[in-house]
Write a protein of this length. Structure first.
Length: 200
């Protein structure tokens, strides 16, 4: 990944197309993935991504360097999402493909049961995250899926860092509860007839 440093930003301010192309090349995938995780619609996420980079081009002079450039762009993307959500009125949350880039090719099928179990576990976590209330899901996406610090995520969401931490705590609490419920439900389904349930 090429570092988007001050020299690139200055070239962008001067209106250099090559600097803009560099910014798009470096950040397009990250922004698209973030928006896709928020809205669950690939076509809408692509539209919002394009709108985000258009806003970056038109508004670069307002970037004051108080945060990382990437954080600033994520903030623009988040506000594109909010505007789109308000226009649509009804929030759409669908299960979408998680980041495939960090999955190795599993050519060894010798332990198929372990592969299936891992896949089911990832799917369970995905469903739990996508089922979180919007404010919690946004925080989890930025901190745990995009790897931002609490401070960076708070800037993107335009909230105090204490609010961001509170949302993360709430998200973790709900995730623990829902994953525990799913574990119990799965145990009930798999338990042979006549086998007693868990005690305590």
């Amino acid at each position: 990944m090429v570092e988007i440093d001050r020299s690139v930003i200055e070239r962008l301010i001067r209106g250099e197309d090559r600097a803009y192309a560099l910014v798009v090349d470096e950040l397009h995938g990250l922004i698209y993935r973030f928006l896709l995780r928020l809205c669950g619609d690939s076509g809408l996420a692509e539209d919002m991504t394009q709108e985000t980079f258009l806003a970056v081009w038109n508004g670069i002079c307002s970037f004051q360097g108080r945060s990382k450039f990437k954080t600033w762009v994520f903030g623009i993307a988040y506000h594109q999402y909010l505007r789109q959500r308000d226009r649509r009125a009804v929030e759409t949350v669908e299960l979408v493909e998680w980041d495939r880039s960090d999955r190795s090719d599993q050519s060894d099928r010798s332990d198929l049961s372990a592969v299936v179990a891992e896949t089911e576990e990832h799917a369970l976590v995905r469903r739990a995250v996508y089922g979180l209330p919007r404010l919690y899901r946004e925080a989890v996406c930025l901190v745990h899926l995009e790897g931002m610090s609490y401070r960076e995520a708070a800037k993107v969401l335009d909230v105090p860092i204490g609010t961001l931490k509170s949302r993360m705590n709430g998200a973790f609490r709900l995730l623990r509860e829902r994953l525990a419920e799913c574990e119990v439900e799965g145990d009930e389904v798999q338990r042979p007839e006549g086998m007693p349930g868990r005690s305590g």
